[in-house]
Design a protein around this ligand. Structure first.
Ligand SMILES: [Zn+2]
Length: 350
């Protein structure tokens, strides 16, 4: 078993409140192990210390979403006060202005491995979201990524409002939910150089919109009732594959790409983001189940909802779009309609 897997095993998400939505603790630990130069040691030690400090002060000032601030009697840190890298300038999520995205022909199709494997996954309320533990089983390559990445977990962000639950937005438009499949680079021969890489983590992001009932999501939706409170775990009653949860594979060649951060503290700027254009559809009742069944607190007083970080400034960054042929979805509707109407008119006149 690779050492990073052992390290991950030392920090079960349920036991460490500091290791929540994403997996920065694991990387921080290998940072210490792998680097030999003295200055790197110093930098790593600083990061470990700041991690410990924030861990120790958790009870006094744990981070929270805006909606939790008042119920916590203003004791938790709201998004504007989040620590770590959260106030830096390469943060996520962002609003994607589609007309300003740049076509990148290197952004080809992904190769998905293990995405068709049905499994009864462990599902967890971690106090910020619902997380499905993926045990490094599925993996991805291609899609303009530099190497293969293994899936560690997936989780979602949501609201009761069907236009306020996604973190990313397209031309200012937000969706009911957003699903993040989090992948990490395995250790490679030059791992020591990769630990500070801006693409250490690859997140696949999917918008969720309300529509018809999605039976493939039922094992996850039904699991929610078993885990109302933080640190509760359950197992899905039926096997589900990742492909079961995604839009049809053909649509997955259309996506946006940019470099950003984790959207939860400590907001490490080491994420290569892939935001797919085609939303997943769930029935409104399936979407609302997340807000109804899950709670942020042990007393079940504060429903888990609006677990969404506000949009961050894009700054100098460029958002790219995949270069696969047939960018129909990226075209404004009039561009598509004009030739169709022209053909119809010609046909009609003939
Ligand atoms: Zn997320």
């Amino acid at each position: 078993m690779p050492s990073w897997a052992l390290t991950a095993g030392m920090f079960p998400a349920s036991d460490s409140p500091h290791k929540h939505t994403h997996t920065h603790t694991v990387t921080r630990v290998h940072t210490v192990r792998r680097h030999s130069q003295r200055w790197v040691h110093a930098a790593a030690l600083t990061r470990v210390c700041s991690g410990l400090t924030s861990f120790l002060s958790l009870s006094a000032s744990h981070w929270c979403y805006q909606i939790q601030v008042k119920p916590s009697n203003y004791t938790c840190l709201e998004p504007d006060e989040w620590e770590g890298s959260c106030q830096n300038n390469r943060q996520s999520p962002v609003n994607i202005v589609t007309a300003k995205t740049q076509l990148d022909p290197n952004l080809g199709r992904f190769s998905f491995s293990g995405y068709n494997m049905k499994h009864q996954w462990v599902v967890q309320n971690n106090g910020h979201t619902v997380m499905v533990l993926l045990e490094d089983k599925p993996s991805i390559a291609g899609g303009g990524l530099s190497t293969r990445y293994r899936a560690t977990q997936l989780h979602l962000h949501w609201s009761r409002a069907m236009d306020r639950g996604s973190e990313h937005s397209f031309d200012g438009e937000r969706f009911a939910m957003e699903m993040h499949i989090v992948h990490e680079k395995g250790l490679s021969r030059n791992a020591s150089q990769n630990q500070f890489a801006e693409d250490e983590i690859a997140v696949l992001a999917f918008m969720v919109e309300d529509g018809s009932k999605n039976v493939n999501f039922q094992p996850l939706v039904e699991a929610l009732s078993d885990i109302p409170r933080p640190n509760m775990n359950t197992t899905m009653k039926e096997g589900v594959s990742l492909f079961d949860l995604l839009p049809e594979e053909e649509s997955l060649r259309h996506y946006f790409r940019y470099l950003g951060s984790l959207t939860t503290p400590t907001c490490d700027e080491k994420v290569v983001w892939t935001v797919f254009q085609k939303p997943i559809q769930l029935h409104r009742d399936q979407i609302l189940a997340f807000s109804q069944k899950l709670f942020y607190d042990d007393q079940q007083k504060v429903n888990m909802t609006d677990n969404v970080r506000p949009v961050q400034s894009l700054g100098q960054r460029q958002v790219f779009r995949s270069g696969a042929p047939g960018l129909l979805l990226a075209q404004p509707l009039p561009t598509l309609l004009a030739p169709v109407l022209a053909c119809l008119t010609v046909g009609f006149l003939r």
